[in-house]
Write a protein that binds this ligand. Structure first.
Ligand SMILES: [Zn+2]
Length: 198
């Protein structure tokens, strides 16, 4: 936007968010400019709190405020059931659907050699250590049904084989390329209920 460098800069910042294109970013900025009464301090405070207080669980790599996340600190979760996921958003989707009473391990991504993501870039070593502890009876692999997600699932299954009696994979009733975080709750429920042996 010629002559409005501050507006242009704000649009660029907003449009970095996933799902927000330039048009949506423009609409948000113009809303803020039109409504002077909109308080921006709560936005700033919320963002600062995110930066300062939210990190990752040292055990499962979920988001956490403190060293352990709320799932790891919950004594009522089954330690015999462990679900492996790509990202914290996938964990949130399963938690929101209320379909799982075990514990989690967040890999922090999926194998993608073309983009330089190999096993060392994911939280696989900490997974191996957890499995070696011997408490896990069923490992549910819930990586996304994409090509990379499938490759990651195979890698995890092979790694887990010596330590876990039962390895299962979510039964997705959707085409390859779907993402867990966008599934509705009933589809997720079916995927979890119908999980099959790897
Ligand atoms: Zn945790």
């Amino acid at each position: 936007m010629n002559g409005l460098p501050s507006v242009e800069k704000a649009i660029l910042v907003f449009s970095r968010f996933p799902g927000i294109g330039r048009k949506s970013a423009q609409r948000m900025i113009h809303f803020l400019l039109r409504h002077e009464g909109v308080e921006i301090q709560p936005f700033i405070d919320a963002l600062e709190a995110l930066r300062e207080r939210v990190g990752f669980c040292t055990r499962c790599h979920n988001l956490a405020e403190g060293t352990r996340c709320w799932v790891c600190m919950d004594p009522d979760r089954l330690s015999s059931l462990l679900c492996v996921l790509e990202e914290p958003v996938d964990l949130m989707a399963i938690e929101k659907a209320g379909i799982f009473r075990g514990r989690y391990h967040v890999l922090g991504g999926r194998l993608n050699p073309l983009h330089g993501i190999g096993p060392d870039q994911l939280h696989l070593e900490s997974l191996r250590i957890r499995l070696q502890e011997g408490d896990v009876e069923e490992l549910v692999i819930a990586t996304n049904p994409t090509v990379e997600g499938e490759a990651t699932a195979h890698y995890v299954a092979q790694m887990a084989q010596p330590f876990v009696a039962k390895i299962t994979r979510l039964a997705y009733g959707l085409p390859m390329g779907g993402e867990l975080e966008y599934l509705d709750e009933s589809t997720l429920f079916q995927a979890m209920e119908g999980r099959r042996r790897f």
